[in-house]
Design a protein around this ligand. Sequence first.
Ligand SMILES: NC(=O)c1ccc[n+]([C@@H]2O[C@H](COP(=O)([O-])OP(=O)(O)OC[C@H]3O[C@@H](n4cnc5c(N)ncnc54)[C@H](OP(=O)(O)O)[C@@H]3O)[C@@H](O)[C@H]2O)c1
Length: 231
Amino acid sequence: MPASQSDKSALVIGASRGLGLGLAEEFAARGWRVTATIRHEPAPAALQRLGGRVAVEILDINDPHSVAAFLPHIANRMFDVVFINAGVGGPEGKTAETVTPEEMTYLFMTNAISPVNLGYKLLRNVKPGSGILAFMTSILGSVTLSGGSYAPLYCASKAALNQLTRSFVAGLNENITVLSMHPGWVKTDMGGAGADIDVATSVKGMVDVLEAKAGSGKHEYLDYRGKAIPW
Ligand SMILES: NC(=O)c1ccc[n+]([C@@H]2O[C@H](COP(=O)([O-])OP(=O)(O)OC[C@H]3O[C@@H](n4cnc5c(N)ncnc54)[C@H](OP(=O)(O)O)[C@@H]3O)[C@@H](O)[C@H]2O)c1
């Protein structure tokens, strides 16, 4: 089907740069309608260039006033994919011994609490049956694979996101698919220039996985190639 004829739509939360921007670009390239959220105007040029099939909304996932202002803008919209991507790296070099309560609160709010809070609020916007709610987690959130001392607080925040997502799914009555996605180690502001793969490779892989998993009705923890990750 030519890209311009797709009737699919995606909502990408945290799309100003990095993987969220890349996801918006990839969905748009496949002809999907895209709603992309950013924290502040103006929208980055890369988003503006995507044209009329991409709508930009303002949202800070940690700010209840911002969430309350955003939700009415999409109140009657149903999306094939809602992708909650926003996240932060956490205080550099800190451990449980050195982190401040403020730093820890900000990290856990952004990476664990606010994404799942938003997941509850956006459930009504995910198409029943074929719709997917995706959370951007990381392989670093796997308790099973965890090893070494790299970024312990970030790892803990993504492990918390995974556990909160599992509890969220356990209480779901909706017939949707939920995916906890690991994008790979990606060259972004967060991933750094020395990362394994570029944004285009990661987002192409993730959107392929999303298209393959539509309608599965399961909750899976997958990387950008569709490989299962142990919790
Ligand atoms: N890059 C990697 O290798 C990698 C690996 C595993 C997982 N991840 C995860 O992938 C996601 C995206 O990472 P990235 O590498 O693309 O990072 P990034 O380039 O730093 O982008 C982070 C995005 O999240 C947004 N954001 C941060 N806090 C927010 C908030 N409170 N409300 C709304 N949006 C917010 C940022 O918006 P602003 O521009 O306004 O700050 C930005 O759009 C994160 O969840 C990250 O943990 C990344």
